[in-house]
Design a protein around this ligand. Structure first.
Ligand code: AMP
Length: 255
């Protein structure tokens, strides 16, 4: 097994979450990456952290290697149009419109959390043991520095969503960032890949959120949570990034 270390950072200001980051790297890179993470916590658009927690632990578990989800971008003029595109993708994933609207409302109305909502798509019940914290996806990164994605938000979100999309019972993930000036979000699924949507919240809004949609009839909850929170996943290959495409094209070309 490769000699790897899991480096994690989370930071806050007056107990408000500022930022978090994670890498799975070789020993020689720990120092450099740790410095980058500290700089990031101290220079964040959500504020300057007054608490930074860094941890380094050697990876002892078996590693799963995955190819990233393919990426497509849809165009929306404003965040309402962006959110309507999310509903449309949910319809293609087999949800009725009324249910899709309820799912999105649960995400919009949830408080700011460090983790994600885990929603049972059958009962629309939230399944996270700790509803304030949510479910935290950890243990994912790229295996090669040569995987070239210069947008950090996107790079991290693609790794997270690729891992989560492969979890038992997960049919979709919806996300937009806490960063007030990063309004691009996505809906990701194994079926249609990672669909970026440039506008999912108003510019300047500090509230982001994540929703993992779980089919309780298809998989065991504990196995799903274990995969998301504990499994070590490295992405060793990038699937194509198709750029801007019409929705019909995205859902026509199944992954
Ligand atoms: P971010 O894209 O980092 O701004 O995060 C957007 C939202 O996703 C946050 O408000 C959290 O609710 C959630 N989130 C952030 N990191 C994780 C994670 N590792 N696992 C699950 N949910 C997360």
């Amino acid at each position: 097994m490769a000699n790897l270390y899991n480096l994690k950072m989370r930071s806050s200001k007056k107990d408000k979450h500022i930022s978090g980051a994670e890498r799975i790297i070789v020993k020689e890179n720990i120092e450099e990456e740790a410095i980058k993470m500290i700089k990031r916590a101290l220079n964040h658009s959500r504020g300057e952290a007054d608490f930074i927690n860094l941890s380094v632990s050697k990876v002892k578990d078996e590693i799963t290697y995955l190819k990233s989800l393919p990426v497509s971008t849809l165009i929306s003029k404003n965040y309402l149009e962006g959110r309507e595109l999310i509903i449309k993708v949910l319809l293609f994933l087999g949800f009725k419109r009324e249910k899709a609207l309820k799912m999105l409302d649960i995400l919009i109305n949830a408080p700011s959390m460090r983790g994600a909502i885990l929603l049972d798509i059958n009962s629309l019940e939230r399944l996270e043991p700790d509803k304030n914290r949510g479910i935290r996806a950890t243990g994912m990164d790229y295996s090669s520095e040569n995987i070239d994605i210069d947008n950090l938000h996107f790079r991290e979100a693609l790794a997270l969503s690729t891992k989560v999309a492969h979890a038992p019972g997960i049919v979709a993930e919806i996300c937009w960032s806490d960063d007030p000036f990063y309004t691009t979000g996505y809906i990701a699924s194994k079926k249609y890949g990672y669909i970026r949507i440039p506008n999912l919240k108003p510019r300047g809004d500090e509230k982001g959120g994540r929703l993992f949609c779980f089919d309780s009839k298809a998989a065991n909850l504990d196995e799903c949570v274990h995969w998301i929170e504990k499994k070590i996943v490295l992405i060793d290959e990038l699937a194509p990034n198709y750029g801007v495409r019409a929705l019909e094209k995205v859902v026509g070309n199944h992954v």
